[in-house]
Design a protein around this ligand. Structure first.
Ligand code: NAD
Ligand code: MG
Length: 284
């Protein structure tokens, strides 16, 4: 029998970055009945923030579709090793690379490590991020502003620039924005701004790379049950209830959009976003 998706969560709190193994309940990574059909057979994917949450789910779905993956994460070794185990269970390779994406030198080294071990890059998923909810603009210090932009958008340039040296025709880039880029967020002013920048970056890069036949798209998730949530919100009990579906999404419900955009099924799609948000109507 299929498990019912929760619409209430137990009270819990963590620091950033959060750990998936501490979450109650643990997020659903992939549906038990998800069948791979070699959509990404023998492709090599580099996924930032691939240790947990949406990134882990993308790694496991890509593996079930036949891809080998490299995941980049800040410091959550236990989560990263679990992702590696799950990918290897699909009989695919997984390398894990810990470090701070705010450092351009690390971004370059991560790309080089991926190519050294897995030999190429076919798919790049830019997905790591932080957020620091604040009720007023006055509470956003310059330090926070810098951290948010340096983590959420600069590495999209650093990693992509390095990865493009190794990507050929047929390659795909999938970026993670957010519903907050489209509808705004009164308590995530800096975060939503970086997510808006990711939308513009995706559209611009798609035009820039169209002649190289590399597609660039993105996913704009609504509220998804991942470590980021208990790590950053004081009260998670009602998380996601304000969506038309009345509940938060699970990473297992987001990752298939990345599979689609990364695969040949999306061969005529570039510069676009898929809105995985429980039914919120988004213009543009
Ligand atoms: P998550 O905590 O599982 O993933 C975020 C990852 O970013 C972490 O695992 C961490 O390792 C990585 N990271 C953070 N700072 C880093 C740094 N300096 N260097 C290297 N790695 C760093 O949470 P998630 O919700 O799966 O987040 C994935 C993406 O989804 C993010 O871009 C987030 O903005 C986006 N998103 C999430 C939601 C949601 O409700 N969960 C909604 C919209 C968008
Ligand atoms: Mg993590």
């Amino acid at each position: 029998m299929k498990k019912k998706k929760p619409n209430k969560f137990p009270d819990q709190a963590q620091g950033q970055p959060g750990d998936q193994f501490k979450m109650l309940p643990e997020p659903e990574i992939i549906r038990e009945d998800y069948k791979g059909s070699k959509k990404l057979d023998d492709k090599i994917a580099l996924i930032t923030g691939g240790d947990s949450g949406i990134g882990r789910s993308v790694a496991v779905h890509f593996a079930r579709e036949g891809a080998h993956v490299a995941i980049v994460y800040l410091e959550e070794d236990e989560d990263a090793l679990e992702t590696k185990k799950l990918v290897e269970k699909e009989n695919r390779k997984c390398i894990i690379i810990a470090g701070d994406l705010r450092q351009q030198s690390f971004c370059k080294a991560a790309v080089e490590r991926c190519v050294e071990v897995l030999k190429k890059i076919d798919i790049l998923v830019n997905n790591a991020a932080v957020q620091f909810p604040k009720d007023t603009l006055g509470e956003i210090t310059n330090k926070q502003l810098k951290t948010t932009f340096e983590t959420n958008i600069y590495p999209y340039f650093y990693i992509t620039r390095a990865a493009l040296e190794h990507m050929d025709e047929g390659g795909a880039i999938v970026n993670t924005s957010s519903v907050t880029a489209y509808r705004g967020s009164d308590h995530l002013l800096d975060y939503s701004s970086t997510k808006g920048a990711i939308v513009a970056f995706t559209r611009s890069l798609s035009q820039n790379l169209v002649k190289r036949k590399i597609r660039v798209n993105g996913v704009a998730p609504g509220p998804i049950w991942t470590p980021l949530i208990p790590a950053t919100f004081d009260d998670v009990t009602d998380f996601g209830q304000d969506t038309p579906m009345g509940r938060a999404g699970q990473p297992s419900e987001v990752a298939p959009a990345y599979v689609f955009l990364a695969s040949a099924d999306a061969s005529y799609i570039t510069g676009q976003f898929i809105h995985v948000n429980g039914g919120e109507q988004i213009g543009g």
